[in-house]
Design a protein around this ligand. Structure first.
Ligand SMILES: Cc1ncc(COP(=O)(O)O)c(C=O)c1O
Length: 423
């Protein structure tokens, strides 16, 4: 069994890499010792239980002890889908012939609705028969994309800070993950000059996500064009994850809308946030016919098509007009104002032009990192706020506050923090 010896002031990135290496080593050693029931596979070495899964257990224990924690951590929309969407699900599931296995490529009705949605809002032309693959959420798509394209030892570029699933999915698929740092000074955009300095020979895949989670940064046309040029120059498949484009953003943008994008880009999207359907698990992969066929080779071996009434109700959701998105955003805009007040109270600084379901904020210098602030607010005020470090080292000096709580709850959280005089 190997252990890590910590030096004072050691670079946290190096420490993390070392821990990962040792964990893989220990896992290997474990598996070479006499046969045991259910040895965990080496591919899970270095993969921990998802942060929120552990944190929710702690919050649950606190609630059982009567603390009534206000959770401003997770981005699961608390509002329901449009009533017509629920009605479609009810009516379709009441029919006797809707309960069998479904087409692996998804219902033609849903694929057509996705194609029309992309045309109407993103001005992207997608053939519903060949260029769209409905998914059980964008998260499963990330795994499918990694399993489809990664050979052990290939390099995958992931954003830091960024959605943790990119790293875990790529690692499980056997990749060497290289985190590219996003900084406030560079508008949280990839630094292409820095990327050009590294050896890109083994880089197969790059994950990008704008509006960016957790920073809330919107994309720019120039950056998207540079991304496509970078992918083409180095033959890197660019996977754009786009679930936040309708939240607190008037101009939804798809990376696929740029010239030549289909040559190197695939795009994940989702109804989880835009249509308040996180629990329904409906997402999509869009891109060139060849890419869709390749990912389907993997996915069709993993699961069968989604429950048809869910697909038909999702198609209904995608037909909703501007008034739907306006109504959703009106709620989030009011909540965001209160979250800004809460962040002022904590002496955090933030950018008011952020998009998406969260507010990303820089912590005051008196805290070592976002974990310290988050723990203090949780322990003293029974309010949970996500520490930015869970999204990568570049997020260490930040916190992320979710807008998925009612105005009453956010006000309550604000008052609890005020009463504890935490700032
Ligand atoms: C950046 C990003 N991508 C993907 C997902 C997962 O979305 P879905 O519910 O479609 O799986 C999330 C969820 O929080 C996310 O933040």
């Amino acid at each position: 069994m190997a252990f890590i010896k910590m030096e004072k002031h050691q670079d946290p990135k190096l420490v993390k890499e070392k821990i990962m290496e040792i964990s893989l080593e220990n896992n290997r050693a474990n598996n070479s010792s006499p046969k045991k029931l259910a040895n965990v596979a080496e591919r899970l070495g270095g993969i921990e239980e998802y942060y929120f899964s552990t944190k929710l257990r702690q919050i649950d224990d606190m609630n059982k002890a009567g603390k009534q924690v206000i959770n401003l951590g997770i981005g699961s929309p608390d509002l329901p889908p449009h009533p017509d969407v629920i009605k479609t699900l009810q009516e379709e599931s009441a029919k006797p012939n809707q309960h069998g296995y479904q087409n692996y490529k998804g219902s033609p009705v849903l694929r057509k609705a996705i194609s029309e949605w992309y045309e109407k809002w993103y001005h992207v032309d997608l053939n519903p028969d060949t260029e769209i693959l409905p998914l059980i959420g964008s998260k499963e798509g990330i795994m499918h994309v990694c399993m489809t394209y990664i050979n052990p030892g290939d390099v995958v570029l992931i954003p830091d800070p960024g959605y943790p699933t990119y790293k875990s999915a790529a690692t499980i698929a056997g990749a060497n993950v290289h985190a590219y740092t996003l900084t406030k000074g560079n508008n949280w955009f990839p630094d292409f000059e820095e990327l050009e300095k590294m050896s890109l020979e083994k880089v197969r895949l790059m994950f990008v996500n704008y509006p960016q989670m957790p920073t809330g940064q919107l994309p720019s046309d120039n950056m998207f064009e540079a991304l496509i040029a970078f992918g083409k120059k180095h033959q890197i498949l660019i996977c754009h994850d786009n679930p936040y484009s309708f939240i607190l953003n008037d101009k939804p943008l798809s990376l696929l809308s740029f010239d030549g994008a289909k040559d190197v880009v695939i795009e994940l999207n989702s109804l989880s946030k835009s249509h308040n359907m996180a629990g329904w698990r409906v997402g999509m992969l869009c891109g060139a016919k060849e890419r869709i066929e390749e990912v389907l080779r993997f996915k069709s071996n993993m699961d069968s098509g989604m429950f048809l009434p869910i697909q038909l109700a999702a198609a209904k959701a995608l037909k909703l007009g501007q008034d739907w998105y306006d109504s959703v955003n009106e709620v989030y805009r009011k909540r965001r104002k209160l979250v800004f007040d809460l962040l002022e109270l904590l002496n955090c600084s933030y950018d008011k032009s952020q998009a998406g379901l969260f507010v990303w904020a820089e912590i005051p210098v008196k805290y070592k990192d976002g974990y310290e602030l988050s723990d203090e607010v949780l322990n003293d005020a029974n309010v949970f706020i996500t520490p930015g470090g869970i999204f990568g080292n570049a997020g260490n000096k930040y916190i992320r506050v979710s807008l998925c709580a009612t105005e009453e709850k956010i006000t309550d959280a604000l008052n609890r923090i005020k009463n504890k005089a935490l700032a």
